[in-house]
Design a protein around this ligand. Structure first.
Ligand code: AMP
Length: 184
């Protein structure tokens, strides 16, 4: 089972990702978590990524594509994987397609967690993280709209997209996701 999870910052993707991977028994591949770990451990990837992350900007496609490609090859990703935070650009989505096609592993579904903008901003301002301040939040929104939202149409065209309304309690949102997953 291979799933892509798309959603703007503050949509609750992290919380729901945990539930999805537990429900399906698949691996959680969060590029944000991987990059934060790389930054803490001061690996080469971490050093290359940190200035972008601190500014709330996307790291270059080539860097993240390489990181994800290596991760997908690891044994724990063979039984299934939830891609959380990747792809985030059309370029990344096309690379992923090429990679999966070469491996003969098609995507099963793309979940889009949808939350209205005013609600997102409210949630983000209530959350505290090192890279959360007004400027970085704004930047992440701008990038999401400009670079990541086009993926919704991209996957819609391929018949893979399922939109989940992200308003309500975590249990209510997960129940919607579960209904989609059970129908696959
Ligand atoms: P996240 O926790 O998913 O919001 O990711 C934290 C930060 O890591 C982002 O603000 C980006 O700087 C970087 N990042 C994570 N995933 C990607 C990606 N697919 N493409 C580019 N940058 C990414």
């Amino acid at each position: 089972m291979l799933i892509v999870f798309i959603g703007p910052p503050g949509a609750g993707k992290g919380t729901q990702s945990e539930r999805v991977v537990n429900y399906l028994g698949i691996t959680h591949l969060s590029t944000g978590d991987m990059l934060r770990r790389a930054k803490t451990e001061q690996t080469l990837v971490g050093k290359l990524a940190s200035e972008y992350m601190d500014a709330g900007r996307l790291v270059p496609d080539e860097l993240i594509i390489q990181v994800v490609g290596e991760r997908l090859r690891q044994p724990d990703c063979q039984r299934g994987c939830l891609l959380d935070g990747f792809p985030r650009t059309l370029n990344q989505a096309r690379s992923l397609d090429e990679y999966l096609q070469a491996e003969g592993r098609p995507l099963d579904v793309v979940l889009e967690l949808h939350v209205p903008d005013d609600e997102l901003l409210k949630r983000l301002l209530a959350r505290r993280r090192a890279d959360d301040n007004l400027d970085t939040i704004r930047q992440r929104f701008v990038d999401y709209k400009a670079l990541t939202e086009p993926l919704v149409d991209y996957y819609q065209d391929r018949g893979l997209l399922r939109r989940i309304e992200g308003i309500g309690s975590p249990d209510e949102v997960f129940a919607r996701i579960q209904a989609v997953l059970d129908a696959i």
